[in-house]
Design a protein around this ligand. Structure first.
Ligand code: NDP
Length: 451
């Protein structure tokens, strides 16, 4: 049994059984046993079942959101968005089963056609930072493609995923098509990698574990999608709307207490406006409302665990160059205030993913310097560019090696556009129109017509 803790007050909110390696293998076997039947559900019926699943999730959105506030310390506003996102993603991919088109390719002596076939049993490994959306980004397209799914939530945040598993059954998704297996990554997640009945692994989490997952999958030539860490740049040019850039910068990095792979945790500011930007940033950071995540007015909650709090605190030692900080509650809960550091390009806080509410601000000289600094990272997941010169914004967007960029905004992920990283931020893309391909094999069939 695992004690699930509310990170805002350190009380135990549930006891959850941990799935063993043997039970994981049994679940994988059940998943395989229903694969043929699920694949053979008529496209229109599979679409209807996914739409029904979306509707049941929507009917339970408030319950799911409250569960996430309690389990993960997400603000209620964010948690409602996250529950709605699961329903949206299901609805979006409910449009897919009737549109899994193949091609007809001209060949001599016959007809050549391709089919999109489900890749098979899919194992989805979910982290604790966005338990609901990241689960949905995996299971919705997988189910739409005709795959069956075993899903492992993070050990510390299993509650919403377990509820989604129940809601799927309530919506009429057949038994064993979508199974949620709470447990340890080193046990359940490792079986997804090692059990060769699983033909595809979707992993979101740290780059270190992602590398192990990929190496394990390589042994079986098993397909893998990886969404890993980030150290994204928020690039602010002198010709930007500085007031808006400064007012929004805290929300581009401190949302979800900075536990976001897309957090814009390096603010790069053109040197000529650096001092003015810092003057504007200070009240914006001090204005972030940190506290009880169940209150509608709260903008930032606690960190997920004591271990994460200790990791984040290690980036802000006593001698750290703190420019200014916001407030956070004291007492029970894993609280850390929004913190702004001035840094050099060699500082650990500037180079490593912190996954907490800590941001570094560093000046750059010109456009080329900004692109150089943004790219001087092993990661490449997200980022923002602030400039009123559209040509510059486009040039910089094309120059930065990263998967998702926003110009004059810190747009969140949209379910109908692709999401994923360059370099050590990952492999493959989730969401958008192409995500289905990650769950399909392409089968080519030639039919002779000259006999
Ligand atoms: P992990 O990479 O350890 O956890 C992510 C998921 O992988 C969890 O479900 C975990 O299970 C599982 N897992 C762990 N070990 C294995 C394994 N050997 N085989 C298969 N699955 C496994 O991240 P942490 O929770 O340790 O977080 C550490 C750091 O990683 C963070 O500070 C942050 O920098 C980064 N991170 C990035 C995320 C992102 O969205 N890109 C998300 C989460 C973390 P379990 O938790 O049950 O052990």
């Amino acid at each position: 049994m695992f004690s699930v803790i509310n990170p805002a007050n350190e009380t135990v909110v549930a006891q959850v059984p941990l799935t063993s390696a043997e039970a994981t293998d049994e679940a994988i076997a059940r998943s395989k046993s229903v694969l043929g039947a699920w694949k053979d559900v008529a496209p229109g019926d599979r679409a209807m079942l996914l739409r029904r699943f979306a509707a049941v999730v929507r009917d339970h959105a408030e319950e799911l959101a409250q569960l996430e506030v309690t389990n993960a310390g997400h603000t209620i506003g964010n948690a409602r968005w996250e529950a709605g996102n699961v329903a949206n993603v299901l609805e979006y991919y409910a449009g897919a089963p009737e549109r899994l088109f193949g091609q007809q390719i001209p060949v001599p002596g016959g007809i050549d056609i391709t089919f999109k076939e489900p890749v098979g049993v899919v194992g989805i490994i979910v982290p604790w930072n966005f338990p609901m959306p990241i689960a949905g980004w995996g299971f919705a397209p997988a189910l739409a493609a005709g795959c069956t799914v075993v899903l492992k939530p993070a050990e510390v945040t299993p509650l919403t995923a377990m509820r989604l598993g129940e809601l799927a059954l309530q919506a009429g998704i057949p038994d064993h098509v979508f199974q949620v297996l709470p447990g340890k990554g080193s046990v359940v997640g490792q079986r997804f990698v090692d059990n060769d009945t699983v033909r595809k692994v979707v992993f979101t989490g740290s780059t270190a574990v992602g590398q192990q997952v990929m190496a394990g999958c390589a042994k079986q030539v098993k397909a893998v999608t990886l969404e890993l860490g980030g150290k994204s740049a928020n690039i602010i040019f002198a010709d930007a709307d500085l007031e808006k850039a400064a007012a929004t910068a805290p929300y581009g990095v401190f949302d979800n207490a900075g536990q976001d792979c897309c957090a814009r945790s390096r603010i790069l500011v053109q040197a000529s406006v650096y001092d003015r930007f810092m003057e504007l940033l200070e009240p914006a950071v001090k204005g972030v409302k940190v506290g009880d995540p169940s209150l509608e007015s709260t903008e930032m909650g606690p960190l997920i665990t004591k271990a994460q709090l200790d990791t984040v605190a290690s980036f802000v030692p006593d001698e750290a160059a703190v420019a200014f900080r916001g407030d956070a509650p004291t007492g029970a809960g894993y609280w850390f205030p929004p913190t702004v550091l001035t840094a050099t390009e060699n500082d650990r806080a500037y180079r490593e993913e912190i996954f907490g509410p800590v941001v570094t601000v560093v000046p750059f000289t010109d456009e080329a310097d900004a692109i150089r600094m943004a790219n001087d990272s092993e990661y490449g997941l997200s980022g923002s560019i602030w400039s009123q010169n559209l040509g510059r914004a486009i040039r910089v967007a094309r120059g930065v090696e990263t998967g998702n960029l926003s110009v004059n905004s810190h747009s969140s992920v949209r379910y109908w556009t692709p999401f994923g990283g360059y370099k050590k931020s990952g492999l493959g893309r989730e969401l958008g129109p192409d995500a289905l391909d990650a769950f399909c094999e392409t089968k080519n069939v030639f039919i002779a017509t000259d006999n």
